[in-house]
Design a protein. Structure first.
Length: 292
């Protein structure tokens, strides 16, 4: 089986600029022209995406299966899901990318909502369906705010993204998800990530996680590579780096205290690991937040 192609940014870019580490919005027609109206199948390990088809249509390819999506519609693609697009010159709309870790923090780890948005859904505008209309109105408000330069833009976007997710969740609980054929690995991967969150200790080995999942460490490695493009160790490290970023926003905690909170006994090692993954030391990261 051919391995998935993972993009760190949007469609081949190495990075993505997020507003408040939450949201990025790109016009669909700009993406289409840049890639000659065809986006090859790929996945994102840390982005939840919403595609809004305002006019025309496109072909959505999920794990090799094709589906035509006509306007006016929107559909969601969770992280780690392989998807491709074929558009026409008259296809217009938006690609909304949301940083997965920020969503979890915003939703305060509400597992019902998180599990529902971790599915593929396609919704077509129906004037008699209030839930879909409300969601589309909020999505458009997000887009309008994103491209504005109004005071308090970042706070407004954070509020609107939260409202958008809740409106999508209300649709998702009353509609069927697009089911995937390769779901078994994703189930194991979810359990692995949930274990990392529950145990929250950097000391736990990959072998221990595999044992708790009743699979071999080699099997866990294959699952992680297939679903996320990362090794199990990198999945663990990325989780703790994201946790560290949250703690670093609490200026009352010292770097050493954060290291111990993450169960990393050597603060110097924590600093080296953080810089390796982010390009900044924890102190430099804090300086960017306005505190030295």
């Amino acid at each position: 089986m051919r391995s998935k192609l993972f993009f760190k940014g949007i469609y081949g870019d190495n990075s993505i600029d997020m507003v408040r580490d939450i949201i990025h919005i790109t016009p669909m027609e700009i993406i289409g022209k840049r890639h000659e109206w065809c986006i090859k199948p790929h996945a994102h390990s840390d982005l939840f995406q919403i595609f809004v088809v305002e006019s025309g249509s496109l072909e959505l390819i999920i794990n090799g299966e094709s589906q035509i999506v006509e306007s006016v519609s929107f559909f969601s693609i969770p992280k780690n899901i392989s998807h491709g697009l074929r558009m026409n010159a008259d296809t217009k709309g938006w690609v909304i990318s949301l940083y997965d870790k920020s969503l979890e923090n915003m939703l305060k780890l509400d597992t019902d909502i998180i599990n529902k948005i971790d599915e593929i859904h396609i919704s077509k505008l129906d004037e008699e369906d209030k839930l879909i209309n409300d969601a589309l109105i909020t999505i458009r408000k997000c887009i309008e705010e994103y491209y504005s330069e109004l005071p308090g833009k970042q706070h407004a976007l954070q509020y609107l993204v939260g409202m958008m997710l809740l409106r999508l969740y209300r649709i998702f609980v009353t509609s069927s998800a697009v089911h995937l054929s390769d779901n078994k690995n994703k189930i194991y991967y979810r359990r692995f990530v949930q274990l990392i969150k529950e145990m929250k200790s950097f000391k736990i080995s990959v072998e221990d996680y595999a044992s708790r999942l009743n699979i071999s460490s080699g099997h866990l490695n294959r699952i992680c590579k297939d679903v996320s493009g990362l090794s199990p160790k990198d999945v663990v490290i990325n989780f703790f780096i994201d946790e560290a970023k949250i703690y670093l926003r609490n200026f009352d905690m010292s770097i050493s205290e954060i290291s111990y909170e993450l169960d990393i006994e050597d603060p110097a090692y924590f600093t080296r690991l953080f810089k390796k993954k982010t390009g900044l030391t924890p102190k430099e990261f804090r300086s960017q937040l306005g505190r030295k």
